[in-house]
Design a protein around this ligand. Structure first.
Ligand code: GLN
Length: 468
């Protein structure tokens, strides 16, 4: 029997390579685990029975377009939409021989931090089913943490890979903007959206990034990586300069247990030979979140205009065409996408464009420059990923601002287009705490190396306590 809870993708790959288990047997073992545990967790919106490819199976967030498999982005407005083509990341996974296990649950159009905005009901955290798995890639995070997939893909616009990885005790990478194709990804905020790996180990994360990264002629914002992806082996941090931004360490709302776990990780990094010093990101921390909530809704309002009942999924039955548009959008979108469309349409309207969207884009340059200055003195920056551990279902649903603050620490690096990852660094109140590492553009290899050394030293057990 395969212990899907503990098996890393790399170990699974070795079993397949040595002929000890077939890809089809692996697939079947994960489907059996899904049958057992997913009724409680609801990490998947649908599973995929057919197994082809010969490799280690993967779960895909449901905004990743898959040929012949319904793709809803967690929204009723896309229910019944069966794409005729594969996204580039899906076809790269197929080409690498990774069969698909299924499509994972998510906040509607990736708008949210708890997966409670899914039109198809929430996902629960495998560490404590009364709590959220984070979001918007909560389904992918819960699937990996609960042994329902060896690895998964999520998407990160403002923190949607890093934050759920943090809340579920797994590894999540948000790659350098432009290194992973967005072709065939249901668009939220195009200048920020990136697909990222969600895995049990840092090495798995590098292996999956190697499969999906690189220039794609179908997405003109992509580039080839300046150097090949290295699978990390590093065991120390000698010679590495790590910066800790005062404003991130002292931000309002960081739970004491989170702070303690991060402080212990900093001590460990010192012990491994890193040089840790203080830096400052005052403007990024002050303006990052508000700036994101102008840019992201503006781009979302434009991207969501295509859902009119004519081209995709759901259509309200109505004879009059304009009434049909209106009712389709009213009935098809949930509250959060509607809120974003209203915010974004307002921010982009004539007379306000310069004051809001235009201004936010200028602030973005300031955020980028501030990070560039920090990287003159440091190789990497370190902080908590989420200010809190997993919160209870319902705790933040009535207060959008409290929900938005979940991404306070993940958004600044995203606004600057930088790569960052989250690894688990300990427990607080019995729940996982995530550590965020941020690097300059294209520094994924440095991030993987440092994260791998820390992961070894931290020796975090990624199997949720209640499932051991
Ligand atoms: N929680 C943030 C939002 O709701 C980020 C979501 C994301 O990264 N997709 O916009």
């Amino acid at each position: 029997m395969i212990d899907t809870l503990r098996l890393s993708a790399e170990e699974a790959m070795k079993l397949v390579d040595r002929g000890e288990v077939s890809s089809a047997e692996l697939h079947a073992s994960y489907l059996a685990a899904i049958g057992e545990r997913d009724p409680e967790l609801h990490a998947y919106l649908r599973t995929i029975e057919a197994s082809d490819g010969g490799g280690v199976p993967i779960a895909l967030k449901d905004l990743i377009t898959t040929r012949g498999v319904e793709t809803t982005a967690g929204s009723k407005i896309l229910a019944g939409y069966i794409p005729l083509f594969d996204s580039t990341v899906a076809s790269r996974c197929r080409r690498a021989g990774l069969p698909f296990l299924g499509k994972t649950n998510m906040d509607e159009f990736a708008m949210g931090s708890s997966t409670e905005n899914s039109a198809f009901g929430p996902t629960r955290n495998p560490w404590d089913p009364e709590r959220v798995p984070g979001g918007s890639s909560g389904g992918s995070a819960a699937a990996v943490a609960a042994g329902l997939a060896p690895w998964a893909l999520g998407s990160d616009t403002g923190g949607s890979v890093k934050q759920p990885a943090s809340l579920c005790g797994i590894v999540g990478l948000r790659p350098t903007y432009g290194t992973v194709s967005r072709y065939g990804i249901v668009a939220f905020a195009s200048s920020l959206d990136q697909i990222g790996p969600m895995t049990k180990t840092v090495r798995d994360c590098a292996l999956l990034y190697r499969i999906i990264a690189g220039r794609d002629p179908c997405d003109s914002t992509t580039v080839d990586l300046p150097h090949p992806v290295e699978i990390p082996e590093r065991e120390d941090l000698k010679g590495l300069r790590i910066g800790v931004a005062k404003e991130m360490a002292e931000a309002d709302g960081i739970e004491p247990g989170v702070r303690d776990a991060v402080d212990r990780a900093i001590e460990l990094a010192r012990g491994l030979g890193a040089e840790v010093g203080e830096c400052a990101l005052p403007r990024s921390m002050r303006y990052g979140l508000p700036c994101y909530y102008l840019v992201a809704p503006s781009e979302a309002s434009s991207n969501l205009a295509r859902y009119d009942g004519v081209r995709y999924g759901f259509r309200a039955s109505e004879d009059d065409r304009v009434r049909m548009y209106e009712r389709t959008r009213d009935e098809g979108f949930g509250d959060e996408p509607k809120r974003r469309v209203m915010l974004g349409t307002y921010a982009l309207s004539a007379g306000y464009y310069e004051a809001y969207y235009g201004q936010a884009q200028k602030v973005r340059t300031i955020i980028r420059d501030e990070h560039a200055r920090a990287f003159e003195r440091f190789d990497l920056l370190l902080s908590a990923t989420s200010p809190t551990v997993a919160f209870r279902l319902g705790e933040r649903t009535q207060n959008p601002l409290a929900m938005y603050l979940s991404d306070l620490l993940t958004i600044p690096a995203n606004m600057a287009g930088l790569p960052s990852l989250s690894i688990p660094c300990g427990l607080s109140e019995g729940l996982p705490v995530g550590l965020q590492l941020i690097g300059p553009q294209f520094s994924e290899n440095t991030l993987f190396g440092a994260a791998h050394a820390l992961e070894r030293a931290l020796a975090f057990d990624y199997v949720p306590e209640r499932l051991r």
